[in-house]
Design a binder for this molecule. Sequence first.
Ligand code: PLP
Length: 498
Amino acid sequence: MPAHIAGILHATPPPVWLPYPNDVNALMPSLWSRNVDKTPGGELTIAGHRVTELAETYGSPLYVLDVADLKHRAADFVTAFSEAFAAIGTEAKAYYAGKSFLCTAVADWVAGEGMGIDTCTLGELMVAHRADVDPRTVGLHGNNKSDEEIAFALDWGIGRIVLDSFDEIPRVAAAARARGVRAPVMLRVTVGVEAHTHDFIATAHEDQKFGLSLHSGDAFDAAQRIAASEDLDFIGLHSHIGSQIFESSGFDIAATRIIELRARILDELGIDLPEVDLGGGFGIRYTSQDTPLTCTEMAGRLASVVASACEATGSTLPAVSFEPGRAISGPSIFTLYTVGSTKVVETGSGERLYVAVDGGMSDNIRTALYDADYSCTLANRDSASEPAVVRVVGKHCESGDIIVRDEYLPNDVTRGDLIAVPDTGAYCRSLSSNYNHVPRPGVLAVDGEQLGWVVRPESHADILAWDTGFSPSAADADVQAPESTDELAPHERRSTTR
Ligand SMILES: *Cc1c(COP(=O)(O)O)cnc(C)c1O
């Protein structure tokens, strides 16, 4: 029998934003994907499937993807932005930011709802390619694109390459010329706005690696060079101001500055750029403290921001594109864990209950990396115990291995219980690692009655397979070619070992 904890008598104070729950067993629906619910006995379900059964069949930790929810979010975004921009007299396009979570099934699903796909590496390009997404709806970002990435993009015929530095301009031009094509390019501009949640900072200097600075004149300079190249089809300007943004005020400044630059490019270079991309970063609700705008509200505000910026500069309306990542993938996945151990710890200002689960910073690094807050619920049963503020931690050899910093769970949570953490669809699987040689969890997709992997879980055999031991040879002669090289990049075809 598990040793029962005595219960916390003098709890350490919760953070001010965390409300004491009326019912610690109840779900806060706005934090969960639309097909998640609880049974009367307190078991978490997704589309009617009990998580206790999922854990038994598929193991834990487990990422669980609500397919209908993901498709809805993609469709809602496309509809909201198309309608809001149609209302001001132009067109809006949406590109799903693949870096938030990409696999072929997800690429296929969001493309099916009318989104393009944003990629920033050869690997992401190859997933979109394998998913058979229309290349004209695919974009390539990146501040350090390799020759292979540029070649792959051009050979596949992708819709846009977002240029990020001066030296990329002649490189992409030369690659296009060698293929007898004109490369469709946008220019990434740093507009001196950095947005995060409720705050944004407008700065003159931009001490970061992306884009070309508007303020320094580099952006206009780059526009001139692009305009001068016969091998480049200059289709627009791009700005991405940050992530987990809740308000439109940062976009307001960014859009105004981008549209001013577009007007100057028309004036001085005679090029009427057809498109402006305002990037992604639309915030989602991770906890009760987050209050993002709905996508209809955000779309309406951004459309009016673009309309007034165009009016102020006397410009025509461009087509406008957006790159939502977390707003699409984030809320559609929750992570299911099994509790292995609990511990009451004296913090100096009271006691805290630590709940250790079978995953951790290897499957969700955002808490450690960005100080992100998450929520969670006891997922296998109801409890009549008092709520206690707990800290959900992982199994890694690191004290920063925290998944949920502060949340109320029933005081009797114990070994063998299941804990579910919502809103882990974005930047959790995609940033996951094998730290401590932990196999990464798979992603189980649930679509009504249907269940299946979209990313299979790793095994210890996978991890051991990377470890070749050291058996040196004089030259490449001994290195075996892999069986199938179909999907390997050209530079990988020769040197990959098995
Ligand atoms: C990260 C990123 C996005 C997506 O950000 P989200 O916060 O996931 O919406 C979009 N565009 C660019 C250029 C990015 O770097």
